[in-house]
Design a protein around this ligand. Structure first.
Ligand code: KG4
Ligand code: ZN
Length: 340
């Protein structure tokens, strides 16, 4: 493996088409992203078929834009890393087919990357990168899990959600409150005008041992409260948003704290879309400071789906000499993190 290995990363697992270029010595050279959020907003959630079609439309122009931003010709790319799963099958197929065909045409290797591994390694792209081992709390629209990262490629799932992901619960509650998709950021904004103490909500599964989560009951409690509350309070929705956000945040912080105690690790990584939440960051910071531990996040734009994290994860794998000589296009819409 030469020192100046250039990896192209491709992310198409859900509703973001993203490409990035990572240089083994110089770091991230360029990243581009097109979000389909406005298109799916109309339907209140991601429509898989529309997502796939839009990835097809955007992927080539984005490749050109990424190369231009890095000021590199296509032939400078030494390897391609694409998100192989988990995610929407049709959407994954677009990225995988594009990556494999391009790699074949350029006679360079292509490797499939696990989307969640990419999320949890995203803070490594920052100058102040966390050191191993660490606990990773992955909180996105599709996943909520605590992972012990003992070494790169050694992931142990300590706990995960038994039903809804934290982001999914925030999105569904936001929808009930009449907010637009994706609901997490909109709910965060509305919550700023509310009083979290005006509703008493449970902190699910914190009263029993273990590191699993459950958010669907919490969402139902919020839905019932919204239905029964007197509609005379003009601040009802903001108050419920604030109380709901705090209940989700408290629960995540409590479980992350437990994971640190259980493993005796001193480093926590919080990644995935929900890690952009400012209240979550404040509360996590207070928790780790009190324990003499440290918390790391990806930069805000790399909390949600992006290709920089995919290019970086692929670059690590190329560096380790991993190869995939199979020409067949294979995706893994369901893929356990421990089975990489
Ligand atoms: O990682 P991500 O982009 O996609 C996957 O699910 O893989 O995460 C998206 C999720 C959505 O549920 C969205 O509402 C949530 O992250 N999210 C937030 C915030 N920004 C995004 N939740 C709370 N506060 C935010 N600021
Ligand atoms: Zn994601």
């Amino acid at each position: 493996m030469p020192n100046d290995f250039i990896t192209l990363g491709i992310e198409t697992s859900c509703d973001e088409t993203a490409l990035a270029i990572y240089h083994s010595e110089r770091g991230l050279l360029a990243h581009q992203l097109y979000s389909q959020v406005a298109m799916h907003n109309e339907y209140g959630g991601v429509v898989p078929e529309l997502a796939s079609r839009d990835h097809i439309k955007k992927i080539l122009p984005l490749l050109k834009a990424t190369l231009a931003a890095a000021n590199l010709p296509l032939t400078a790319i030494n390897g391609i890393a694409y998100t192989q799963g988990p995610g929407l099958a049709g959407a994954l197929l677009v990225g995988a087919s594009f990556a494999k065909s391009l790699a074949l045409a350029l006679n360079i290797p292509a490797l499939g990357v696990h989307h969640l591994e990419a999320h949890l390694l995203a803070p490594m792209l920052e100058p102040n990168a966390p050191e191993l081992p660490f606990i990773a709390l992955l909180v996105s629209g599709g996943h909520t899990m605590l992972v012990a990262v003992r070494a790169l490629n050694r992931y142990e799932i300590l706990g995960e959600t038994l039903d809804d992901a934290a982001g999914e619960a925030l999105d569904k509650t936001a929808k009930l409150l009449g907010l637009s998709y994706p609901g997490g950021p909109a709910l965060e904004k509305l919550a700023q005008q509310g009083d979290p103490a005006s509703f008493v909500l449970p902190r699910p599964m914190t009263d029993r041992p273990g590191l699993d989560f459950s958010f669907s009951g919490l969402k139902t409690v919020a839905a019932n409260l919204l239905q029964t509350a007197a509609n005379t309070d003009p601040n009802l929705k903001a108050n419920l948003a604030a109380a709901f956000q705090l209940a989700v945040v408290d629960t995540l912080v409590k479980k992350a704290e437990r994971a640190l105690i259980q493993t005796d690790f001193k480093t926590l990584v919080v990644a995935g879309g929900v890690s952009a939440n400012q209240l979550l960051r404040q509360r996590m910071q207070a928790m780790v400071s009190a324990k003499g531990a440290e918390v790391f996040y990806p930069r805000l734009q790399f909390c949600t789906d992006n290709a920089a994290m995919v290019a970086y994860t692929g670059a690590l794998r190329f560096q380790r000499g991993e190869k995939d000589a199979d020409l067949r296009i294979k995706i893994k819409p369901r893929w356990e993190l421990t089975l990489i």
